[in-house]
Design a binder for this molecule. Sequence first.
Ligand code: NZQ
Ligand code: ZN
Length: 388
Amino acid sequence: MEAFSYYNPTNLVFGKGTVSRLGTLTQAYGKTILLVYGSGSIKRTGLYDEVISQLQSIDATIVELAGIEPNPRLTSVRRGIELCRSEHVEFILAVGGGSVLDAAKAIAAGARYDGDVWDFMVQKATIQDALPMGSILTLSATGSEMNGNAVISDWETKQKRAFGSKHTFPRFSILDPALTFSVPRDQTVNGIVDIMSHVFEQYFTLTTNAPLQERLCESILLTVIENAEKALEYPHDFEARSNLMLCGTLALNGGLISVGTLDDWASHGIEHEISAIYDIPHGAGLSIVFPNWMKYVYRERLDRFTQYAERVWGIERGSKSDEELALAGISATRAFFTRIGAPATLSFYDIGEENLDVMARSAVLFGPIGNFKKLNQQDVREILTLSL
Ligand code: NZQ
Ligand code: ZN
C-alpha cells in the first residue's frame, strides 16, 4: 500500500424528507444564493417549490440559473460567474444531477478567480479559493455530491475537461433517495454504469496488498448489481434507490475506496473525448468503452481479473485457465450492461471512424493516460476501434 492522505469535508445528509433541512443547512453561508438547476425535472417533481419555500424561510435573496445542460457547457458556467459577481452571491445551491453540481462547482471557483475559468480545466491555473456551494442530488451516478471534481465541456472547441480541488467539495449534500424515483429508465441505467465504472477505475490497480480497498470496491459492485434490476423494475423502490444512491456517493468521494493505491481513469479519459464531440450521456459512453478497455489491458495483471470474475460475478474456476477466467469476468460485465439496456457499441449512436484520431490525440494531450496500463495515442485508438 502507498502512503496517502484523505480529506473529505462534505456534510452528507441522507434520507427521506431531508430537504426539510435545507434552510438550516444554508443559513450559515449567507443570504444571497445562486440556485443552479437543469432543464426542468425539478419543477416537474415539485422539488423546486420545496427548495424555494425552504430558502424563503431564511429570508434568502434567490438568484436563479436554470437550464444547465447534461454535459454542462462552459457558456453556462460563465453566465453563472457573471451572476455571482453582479448579484454579490454568497452561496451556490445546486439542485440536480452531476451536470448541475459540476457547473455549480466551476461557477464557485470561477467567481473567486480573476482569469478565465477554463484555465482550471486546461491546467493553466489551480483553484485557490471558491464560493461555498451545497447540493441537493436528484440522480445517483457521479459522486459529485461528495467530491471536489467537475467536468465541463467547451462546445465551441469540442473539449471536455475536468478539474478537482479541495475548495470545491460541497459544504453539504442532501440525498433523499425518493428524489430519484422520477429518474427515467435510461438515465438510471447510465448512472448504474457510471457508479460501477468509478469502482473499476480504482479496483483495477497494480498496487498489491490492499485487501480492504479491494473488498470495499467489490462490496459496492455487488450492492449495485443486487439493486440495479430492482430499481429498474420498480422505480419507486425506496430501498433499491437508497442503496444505489449510497453506492454512487461512496464510489467516488475523494478516493476513499482507493486510498493507498494507484487508480487508473483511462476509460473516463476516453469517454470524455467521445461525449465532447458527440454529446452522448457519460454512462452510456462508459458502457461502450469499459469492457473494451478491460479486454485490452487484462494481461497486465491477470490475478486482479480472475479475482474480479470470482468475487464479483461468482464465476467458478472449474477447469478454466487464468486467462479464460479473466475473460469470463469481462464477458459477464458486458452481459450485465446489455441486460440492463446499456449500449455496447459506438454505432448505437451512429458514431463511426471519422473522429477516432481526433479523440485519441486529444485523450493524451497531457501525456499517456491510465496507470494499470499507460495508454498512448495508438492504444486509445485501438480501444476506440474495438468499441465501434
Ligand atoms: O436537466 P434536468 O431537467 O434536471 O434533467 C436531467 C438530465 O436531463 C435528468 N434528471 C436528473 N435528475 C432527475 C432527472 N430527471 C428526472 N428526475 C430526476 N430526479 O437526467 C439527465 C441527466 O442529468 P446529468 O446531471 O447530466 O447526469 P449525471 O448525474 O449522470 O451527470 C453527468 C455529468 O457528470 C460528469 C459527466 O462527465 C457528465 O458531464 N461526471 C462528473 C463527475 C464528478 N463530478 O465527479 C465524475 C463522473 O465520472 C462524470 O465524468
Ligand atoms: Zn464517471
